[in-house]
Design a protein around this ligand. Structure first.
Ligand code: ZN
Ligand code: ZN
Length: 151
């Protein structure tokens, strides 16, 4: 995953908001307030959301007073703000690794394991420990090992 910390530091400070100003067009995303020497506090545009799908009917949305870009805009804004407020946590590879290590993948504990099943110790599919975690790891992929899935 791209380093969110770096991306966030390089991007406009927040909080970002979706169409905060009355005159804003559809899709307008603005960053945190910045003071401008001439006009005071401004919220510069930082991004623009694209419409949902390609088959939107602009006239229909205008007529109904709805905004086809709103779901995308709100999602972008929420992700940016959530990350900066610490509500969006980046999974580290360590966490991901210890997550899958938590669950035993042997045939006994996880009969319908959806991936290629191997022994957690030696990585061999014919090792008896791939079939049951109580079996001793033979560190071998020899065919016909007693207690293995390939006896
Ligand atoms: Zn097991
Ligand atoms: Zn093994």
């Amino acid at each position: 995953m791209t380093d969110l910390k770096k991306l966030s530091a390089a991007a406009t400070p927040g909080p970002w908001s979706y169409r905060p100003d009355k005159h804003d067009d559809w899709g307008m995303i603005r960053g945190g307030g910045m003071s401008d020497d001439h006009i005071g506090l401004v919220h510069p545009p930082v991004a623009s959301a694209r419409p949902v799908g390609l088959d939107y009917d602009l006239d229909e949305h205008r007529w109904a007073g709805t905004d086809p870009m709103e779901p995308n805009g709100l999602f972008i804004v929420e992700l940016v703000n959530a990350y900066r407020e610490g509500r969006l946590v980046e999974r580290t590879t360590d966490a991901a690794a210890s997550d899958s290590a938590d669950k035993c993948t042997c045939s006994n504990c996880w009969p319908d394991y959806p991936y290629f099943r191997v022994c957690p110790d030696c990585g061999n599919k014919r090792c008896p420990k791939a079939k049951h975690h109580d079996h001793t790891c033979t560190n071998s992929n020899e065919p016909g090992q007693k207690g293995s899935n390939y006896e």
